[in-house]
Each structure stands twice: as C-alpha cells, then as structure tokens.
Design a protein around this ligand. Structure first.
Ligand code: GTP
Ligand code: MG
Length: 562
C-alpha cells in the first residue's frame, strides 16, 4: 500500500461500517500482523506521528485548521521495517473531542484479569513538552512521569470525584501492564508548524527528530505480532474478519464480545482451512493421476504424503477446532477422494490389462477364427497357447492392480471356446476329456482365488496406509496441542506477572483494600488457568472495546501549549 485507506467510517445512516476495499487489502495479507493504533484528542499530531512510523513524511492527512481532520479509522499496511515476514498495520483514528466515558461494573472487573493476556502495550506520547521532568521535586524519567500521572488519589473511594479521577488511571494500569512514555519537544518554529509535512529535516528541531526516531525504534522493537487470547497468530485476513465482526455487532446495537467474534472467525477460518487442506491434497493427486495406472503402493504412499501435507496446511490456518470437528471433516473428505482416485487407478489398470491381453491373444483369436484348433489334439494346442498368453501376461502386467481380476475374467470367457474345442476334439477319450475338464476347472478356481486374495491384500494395504496416515495426523494434532498449551502457559505467566507487580505496587502505595481485592483476582486467575490447562476449556468473557485488535496503543496527550 503506498497510501492509507479508510478502514472504518460512519455511513449516511449513522452506523459504523468497514470499508470493503480495506477488507480486500487485509484479505490479501497472509502474514502475521503487528498492529499499532493511535488515539487521543483531536489535532494533537496523531496522523503526523503515524506517518513517521510508516517511514514517510506524508500519508495520513494532517489537519491545518482547528477542525478535527481524520474521520473514522484509517489504515496503512506496510512491511514491518525490522521484523521480516510481518506486516505493520497502522491505524490512525479520529481525534476525540471530549473525554471518553468508560463503563464500570464489577462484572467487567472480574473478566479483566484475562484481558492482560492479549491487551496491547501502551505508549503515552506527550507533545510539545516544555516542562522540566521533575516529580515531587526530584528529577524523573519519562516513565516515572507517566507513573506519576497514573498515581491514584487517596481519600474516600466512594466520593465521585475521587472515583472519576482514579478510574481511568486504574483502567490503564490494569489493562496495560506494559507502559512507556515519550515526551516530544516542540518540533519547529511556530510559523513552520502548518507545513510540518513538507519541511526539510534541517528545519525540524534535532531534539524532536531524536525523540521521534527513538519512539519509532521503540515501537518497531517492542511491538509483537498480534495474537488472539489462545495464542493464535492474527494475519491480515484474520484482522479483517475481527474488525468486520466487531463493527457489525456495534452497528446492530449489540456489545461486541471477543469470545463470539473469535468463535465466528474460527468457523470462517476453519472452513477455509478444510478447503485449503483439500486443495493441497487434490492438486497433488490430480498430478499423480496423469501417470495412472500405478502400483497400489505408489498411490498409497503419495496419498499418505499429501494427506500429511494437507493436515499441515489445515493446522496452520485452523484454530479453536473444538473436538477436532473440522480436522475430522477434512479427513473424511480426503478418504472419500482417496477412494475415488483408487477406483480411477483401478479403471486405468483394468483398461491396460485388457489391452495387454487383447494384444497377446490376437494370434490365438485369429487361429480360432480359422478353425486351427478344430482338429485332433486341438484342445491341447489351445491350452498351450492359452498358457503362453498367461505367462507373457503375468510378466507384463504383474504390477497392475487389476492383473489377476482381468486374467480371471479372460480365462472365464475363453473357457467357453475351450469347452467347444474339447468337445470337438477326437483325440482324447471321454474319460480323458473329463479329466482335462476337471483340470481346467481347477485352474480357473485357482485364478479366482488368486484374484480374491489379491483384492484382500490390496484392501489390507489400503487400511495400513490409512492407519499410518492416522498416526501421522495424531502426531500433528499432539504437536499443535502442545504448541497451543505452551502459548497459553506463557500468556498466563505474563498475565500473572503483571498482576503480581500491580498488586505489589498497590500495597506499596498504601491501597490495602485494592491490593486485597487483587489477591482474590489473582487466586481466581490461577484457578481459571489451571482449569484451562487441565481441560483446555476456554473461558467465556466479553469485551466492549476494540482494543484486542491492537498490540500497541499509542495515546497522544495534547500539545502542552494548546
Ligand atoms: N505543535 C505541534 N504541532 C504538531 C505536532 N505534530 C504535528 N503538528 C501539527 O498539528 C496539526 C495537526 O496534526 P495532525 O497530525 O493532523 O493531528 P491529529 O491528531 O491527527 O488531528 P485529528 O486528525 O484532527 O485528530 C498539523 O498542522 C501538524 O503539522 C507537534 O508535535 N507539535
Ligand atoms: Mg489525524
């Protein structure tokens, strides 16, 4: 993308909508995404800073009037400058005109212990910072300044004013365990401010450039690939599904629920994963089909190989495949296709065997037509020719899956001729004829048994191939489960760490009641984590905001001078 596009805006009916063109762009992005979004008051240089992250001087439109410039949410997808194989998705949002009201309830607080697992890191960007960095009279770092700004007020916690002061600070502390602050100095002389986009770097304050550069490097380095709650990597495509689900839910007047959005997306993705797996299998088998007829072991081993690759492709895309419902459906479809290919191979083999027999038996048929065998001893001559045909056939068609069956059919047909020849043959006595007939019958039966045994052997070979495919599938399932468990464990550990840190902080600052409440939260969190580990159950929780889409959230604090 060489320029940003509108991602989410408000339609003429006043409802939020996701722009189809932006969704199409996201659909094409199969790479994991790192999402960086900016929020803050209007006209505070958000778009400008986002352009810097895109490595461009212009892109997101900047406002030069007092009116808010950016409307809705704009998106710019660029290659991540430092993390190869990932796409950086920059989301520039419409400036806030007034303080956002955040709903508070005990219910939210309960679920919040889960949020820290996948909530974004938080960067506070203070623009036009001209103050001395001091807190309580002592020199302070930017981060200390942020923590100072987030300090809770003591006092009667039920008094509205204290609650209103503390609540947003508590939310930031609770939901964003990883926090960072940057204070930007004034970028340039006041008269240059309206044309900041077109200024040469010589006209921009070197200190401002230094901080901007540091800020960009920090974001690039610190921003992680976006993951869902259970550790599944978010690609551009998945981000598109998520955004669409959230926005559609908001537009319908409901409250977006992360759990529902993930379930809806899992359905879409898992269905697509089945299709993708089938595509891998089918395209490989179609290529193999060009060389039909083949030996059963060759068809089976290619089937096993492709089935394993198909499962891999499926596993890569699927997630939350409860009870492996979609994997099972892929497996069933593959087995159906395999059966289809096997029967196509059999048909091709049958055709080839018939062709071989037809060409080998052509001279005999000619002799038959000309009455060559209608003479004393003709039956023995016929049997000898038939035997020769059988030998040659066996050496030419011995690898064919249908070799025995076709030969059996051929011998059955020829027994009609042989019977007629034998009856007309004057050489053997009636007794000898009887013996010869019995011999022929026995040979026919032997061929019938051979064909049946061969069929049975092939069935067993097919079952063995299936058994091995199944074993491989189980191995891949276990690998995926182990990987998912590992991610969940890491997430839980990270979340627990941040909870413990927050609790220690509250204790240190004398908020005993809050720290105690937190202990209960931690216990509850531990219990849920153990439960999740043991049963791999997912814990239901809803979320009323769009933040889970964003691994890094930059909040801009208005220009200090304005
Ligand atoms: N004083 C000052 N002005 C800046 C700074 N960064 C950008 N600007 C200027 O501030 C004006 C608004 O910048 P934008 O980047 O459009 O601000 P915004 O926050 O995206 O504004 P909205 O889209 O309206 O919310 C532009 O004229 C910029 O040139 C800064 O650090 N300090
Ligand atoms: Mg803007």
């Amino acid at each position: 993308m060489d320029k940003p596009v509108c991602f989410i805006d408000t339609g003429s009916d006043g409802k939020l909508r996701v722009q189809q063109s932006a969704l199409q762009i996201l659909q094409q992005i199969q790479q994991p995404v790192v999402v960086v979004a900016v929020v803050g008051l209007y006209r505070t240089g958000k778009s400008y800073l986002m352009n810097r992250l895109a490595g461009k001087q212009s892109g997101f439109a900047l406002g030069s009037t007092i009116e808010s410039k950016t409307k809705g949410i704009w998106m710019w997808c660029v290659s991540h400058p430092t993390k190869e194989g990932t796409t950086l998705v920059l989301l520039d949002t419409e400036g806030l005109g007034d303080v956002d009201k955040v709903k508070s309830s005990d219910e939210d607080a309960d679920d919040s212990s889960e949020f820290v697992k996948f909530f974004p890191s938080f960067i506070w960007a203070v623009r036009d910072f001209t103050l001395e960095l001091k807190t309580d009279g002592k020199d302070a770092t930017e981060d200390e300044y942020l923590e100072f700004a987030l300090k809770l007020k003591h006092g009667n916690l039920k008094i509205l004013i204290v609650m209103e002061y503390n609540f947003p600070r508590e939310c930031i502390q609770k939901f964003f365990p990883s926090r960072k602050c940057f204070t930007f100095p004034f970028p340039t002389a006041p008269e240059n401010m309206s044309c900041l986009e077109s200024l040469n770097s010589a006209d921009i304050s070197s200190e401002f450039l230094k901080v901007t550069d540091h800020f960009c490097q920090f974001v690039f380095h610190d921003s992680c690939v976006k993951r869902l709650k259970d550790g599944h990597t978010v690609t551009g495509r998945v981000l598109g599904h998520l955004a669409k689900t959230y926005v559609d839910t908001i537009s319908s007047g409901a409250v977006p629920c992360l759990e529902n959005a993930v379930i809806a997306m899992a359905t879409i993705e898992n269905e697509a994963a089945v299709k993708e797996g089938l595509q891998v299998y089918q395209s490989g088998m179609e290529k193999l089909k060009n060389s039909f007829p083949l030996e059963l072991k060759d068809v089976s081993s290619e089937h096993q190989h492709l089935s394993s690759t198909a499962t891999q492709a499926f596993m890569k895309r699927s997630f939350r495949d409860i009870d492996w419902k979609y994997l099972k459906s892929l497996e069933e479809k593959i087995i159906k296709l395999f059966d289809g290919y096997l029967s196509q191979n059999e048909q091709a083999s049958k055709k080839r065997c018939e062709e071989i027999l037809s060409s080998l038996s052509a001279p005999m048929m000619e002799k038959l037509k000309q009455g060559f065998y209608t003479k004393p001893g003709g039956y023995d001559l016929f049997c000898k020719d038939l035997e020769d045909i059988g030998k040659k056939y066996n050496s030419q068609a011995n690898k064919e899956v249908k070799a025995e069956e076709v030969l059996e059919e051929f011998l059955k047909q020829k027994s009609v001729d042989s019977n007629a020849i034998l009856q007309a043959d004057k050489k053997p006595t009636e007794k000898e004829k009887k013996i010869k007939k019995e011999k022929e019958k026995a040979a026919l039966l032997e061929q019938e048994i051979k064909a049946r045994d061969e069929k049975q052997r092939q069935l067993e070979e097919k079952m063995e191939a299936e058994r091995q495919s199944n074993e491989e599938r189980m191995r891949q399932m276990k690998e995926k489960m182990d990987e998912e468990m590992k991610l969940q464990r890491e997430e839980a550990e990270r979340a627990m760490d941040s909870k413990l840190r927050e609790q220690a902080d509250l204790q240190e600052k004398g908020f005993k009641e809050k720290a105690d409440r937190m202990s209960q939260e931690i216990e509850e969190f531990k219990r849920r984590s153990t439960e999740a580990e043991t049963y791999q159950v997912s814990i239901d929780h809803s979320i009323a905001e769009i933040q889970p889409l964003i691994p890094i959230l930059v909040e801009i604090v208005k220009f200090a001078s304005s």
